[in-house]
Design a binder for this molecule. Structure first.
Ligand code: MGD
Ligand code: MGD
Ligand code: MO
Length: 765
């Protein structure tokens, strides 16, 4: 048992027995296969494991609950379209271990608070609806109807519908998400925060303003035609392993890859395809041609320095770098942009990027030659104060090169949760466009609320200020995923009721409101039977392809219901006069899809088109090179100030990142194999120089103090690990370090917590 502070919402501070190895020089290969099999065997067993892997990401199978990377449109690989982390995700979901009523009767909430997130997760799948009994400090079984009645009683007792908040994580299907937002808006609020607020919100905001759509423009096939792919602020080897096959295809077709990252991530160095046994014994495909070891949040300066060099060369060799036809016909704001480029102090850009000038010149040379460029990014760019600016600077670069709206080129924000993009398309958004609300209102004959609701950060503050009394979560782990853990913990505890629709136990269930419910649902892999027979649901991947997903395994408990069923049953209690409509939806999900078609553009003949096993593409104006949806009716160049770095003596910048053995707050295991760290999560990666300056040695124990506007936050008990990370930069793992992310430290415009930029000092204990 670790050190337990009952008033703390943080995971306990305990060490698990660290072992250090060498960072790996390639991703996947045999170790990935062994690791997959190991997890499957331990959690699921061999027989069911084989059944699961055979159905995952196959036509007529279920969509991997791992990441949102797309499947090939045409063929699916013989050895199935899964990867190490997909195998782990499914092992975690279809585990044979169960957190059943007996489990809850044996463990008080207080005792479980002393468990690590790894231990909490390993207790298994929740099998029955549970209600918190404050007398015994235990969760006890409750009937489904009992649970629904309690929720409705609380909701109806509110003075204002805006006193309730409805969170969504990104695994929820389109059907469930559509019904969920309909129920919430009928109830009368737009308080629909979602995980996207902490994830790609900066991308959505940046791209909507500049290109007229908040989604990426590329398709998987574009990787076969790109001359250059830039992977910036993203770790695909761990978080989107199947993307490595796409990068390999780029290389095979003669394209180049630049990776921009403070860490030399293994997956970006070299790749051994787990589906090509011959590669297991070779040295793999080298992926990165140029590695740019940018300092944390040095990207905007780096990108500006590249744009500066391209402009210099264009001036000396006209028509050699820029695509003037594109700039002249398709864009707006070029003059202001180029004036700003001309005014830049190149040396300052170089210094702020943290990159050697020669590396920047090499990057500009590589980019300058190419006409078909894809830029891929993820959390390394979005979770910064200037997250929106980062992405708009990428757009500037692509516009200069005319690299949007043609084959082999474009924007590729790589989404996280497997249906986070679809949920937004379905209306899970605290700031829904009026056009959507009007359509929703006319199809369902009601007047949806039009005022903006709370996003994640605003929800926490509103709960803390007693403005919100009911917190309802469709999936996710709000407490651990959000910033400022101690504050968020206090905020959740102030609620009258917290409700979690979940598959597995997590820390959010333990830091709860006065009343608390856990409602267990079917996972992706499980069969969903309703009155009209076996149902399927649909999801949208990172590239805007909508396709079906249908479970193939028997549910792990008879007491589970599906997410759409849950929303329908709850709505029958909430809107008693509308039972018929909700029952129609519940009995046959085709009825839900018909309404999605009626409300949301791009879903024409939904039920018909979704029969195509590889699904269909949603309309995407920027893919077509049509930018008329922006305010200027053109693709917009934008001008951004570079962030100033002003660290005080002893201060360092810290980013919070994922290990190779976790899915967000779900901890699969305690290893970070690619970075050579085994059996420990409480580590802080530091540069050797910074360590020496502070008299620190490898594996010294330290406490970390966060500094923000004169406020201090504490995360105690971490082990120092020497690592090739730029000077002044450090890294810790999410969610252990979330306590250090200040609630007020957010990205401009998108309000995304700055989880990749936290100012800290480290103190030897
Ligand atoms: N197995 C697995 N798969 C996942 C997830 C998971 O937890 N586990 N999570 C899913 C989700 S929800 C998401 S959003 C994605 C996340 O996918 P990623 O964004 O790849 O995840 P992070 O671990 O946050 O990694 C961020 C990367 O950005 C780098 N980075 C940090 N700061 C900076 C910076 O300032 N500049 C640059 N250039 N790089 C920086 C880090 O070194 C790291 O390589 O993955 C999805 N897929
Ligand atoms: N410091 C820091 N914080 C971060 C990040 C970071 O990089 N650094 N990343 C942010 C990002 S990108 C994201 S997306 C968020 C993630 O935030 P969330 O989406 O809230 O968190 P997850 O850990 O993915 O949620 C895991 C829980 O979801 C439930 N679950 C799993 N599958 C299902 C299902 O099919 N249905 C239902 N109903 N429940 C299910 C399980 O109970 C599990 O415990 O975290 C953010 N927080
Ligand atoms: Mo995410």
């Amino acid at each position: 048992m670790g050190k337990l502070n009952e008033n703390s919402a943080q995971p306990p501070q305990k060490f698990t027995g660290i072992k250090l190895g060498h960072p790996k020089s390639y991703a996947a290969g045999i170790p990935a296969i062994l690791s997959s099999l190991n997890h499957i065997k331990k959690e699921v067993g061999v027989v069911n494991g084989v059944k699961l892997l055979n159905k995952m990401n196959q036509f007529k199978g279920f969509d991997c609950p791992g990441c949102a990377w797309p499947d090939p449109d045409d063929k699916r690989a013989l050895l199935s379209e899964y990867c190490e982390n997909g195998a782990k995700a499914i092992a975690e979901e279809y585990t044979k271990f169960k957190a059943d009523p007996k489990f809850f009767s044996e463990n008080t909430v207080k005792s479980m608070l002393g468990w690590s997130d790894y231990e909490i997760g390993k207790s298994g799948r929740i099998t029955s609806p549970m209600f918190y009994n404050s007398q015994s400090d235990k969760y006890e079984e409750i009937s489904w109807n009992g649970a629904f009645k309690l929720i409705v009683k609380e909701l109806k007792s509110l003075d204002d519908p805006n006193e309730a908040v409805f969170y969504t994580s990104g695994r929820t299907s389109n059907e469930a998400a559509f019904l969920y937002q309909l129920m919430i808006r009928k109830f009368g609020t737009n308080n629909l925060p979602d995980c996207s607020n902490m994830c790609h919100e900066s991308s959505g905001t940046a791209l909507s303003e500049t290109l007229g759509i908040g989604k990426g423009s590329v398709t998987l096939d574009d990787f076969n035609h790109a001359e250059l792919v830039i992977v910036i602020g993203q770790n695909p080897g761990t978080n989107h392993p199947r993307m490595l096959s796409a990068l390999r295809n780029t290389k095979d077709a003669g394209g180049k890859i630049i990776s921009v990252n403070p860490l030399p991530e293994a997956g970006l160095v070299s790749f051994k395809d787990p589906q090509k046994p011959l590669e297991w014994v070779s040295s793999g495909t080298n992926l990165t041609d140029l590695y740019v070891p940018v300092r944390i949040n040095g990207d905007l300066s780096f990108l500006k320095a590249v744009n500066y060099l391209l402009n210099q060369k264009e001036k000396s060799e006209p028509n050699s770098q820029f695509d003037w036809d594109f700039i002249n016909s398709k864009t707006d704001g070029f003059e202001a942009f180029i004036k700003d480029v001309n005014n830049q102090d190149f040396n300052k850009l170089v210094k702020n990027s943290g990159v050697e000038v020669d590396v920047i010149k090499n990057a500009a040379d590589l980019i300058g030659e190419k006409k078909k460029i894809i830029v891929c990014w993820a959390m390394g760019l979005t979770q910064h104060k200037n997250g929106v600016a980062n992405i708009q600077e990428i757009v500037n670069l692509l516009l200069l090169k005319g690299s949007i709206g043609k084959k082999g080129a474009g924007t590729c924000p790589v989404r996280g949760h497997s249906n986070v993009q679809g949920d937004r398309t379905m209306g899970i958004w605290e700031k829904p466009p009026l056009s959507f609300l009007n359509k929703l209102g006319s199809v369902f004959d009601f007047t949806p609320p039009t005022n903006h609701g709370y996003d994640v950060v605003e929800s926490i503050k509103a709960m803390y200020e007693n403005k919100v009394k009911v917190f309802f979560a469709m999936g996710g782990n709000f407490l651990s995923a959000t910033p400022d853990t101690e504050l968020t913990g206090k905020a959740l505890k102030k609620c009258n009721l917290t409700v979690h629709v979940s598959t597995k136990l997590n820390r959010s269930h333990l830091i709860h409101g006065k009343d608390a419910l856990i409602l267990p649902v079917l996972g992706r892999s499980e069969i969903d039977n309703q009155k009209s027979g076996k149902q399927f649901v649909t999801v949208e991947n990172s590239m805007g392809v909508v396709h079906s997903s249908s479970g193939s395994m028997n549910p792990i408990s008879e007491n589970l219901i599906s997410e759409p069923e849950l929303v329908c049953k709850l709505s029958c209690f909430l809107f008693e006069k509308e039972k018929d409509m909700w029952n129609l939806f519940m009995n046959d999900y085709n009825n839900i899809r018909d309404k999605i078609e009626a409300v949301i553009p791009g879903f024409e003949s939904f039920n018909e088109r979704v029969k195509n096993p590889s699904g269909f593409y949603l309309p995407n104006n920027s893919r077509e090179g049509d930018f008329t949806k922006t305010s200027t009716k053109k693709a917009n160049f934008t001008v951004h100030q570079i962030p100033e770095f002003s660290l005080k003596k002893e201060e360092l910048i810290m980013m919070t990142i994922r290990t190779h053995d976790q899915y967000n707050t779900t901890i699969y295991g305690l290893h970070d194999r690619y970075r050579g760290v085994y059996n420990e999560r409480r580590v802080i990666f530091m540069n050797e120089f910074d360590m020496t300056e502070r008299g620190l040695q490898n594996l010294d124990k330290v406490d970390i103090v966060g500094h923000y506007n004169g406020e201090k936050r504490h995360a105690n008990g971490f082990l120092v690990v020497k690592y090739p990370i730029p000077i002044n930069c450090t890294a810790t793992y999410f969610p252990e370090a979330n306590v250090l992310v200040p609630i007020d430290s957010v990205a401009e415009k998108s309000n995304t917590p700055t989880s990749k930029y936290i100012v800290v000092t480290v103190h030897k204990t």
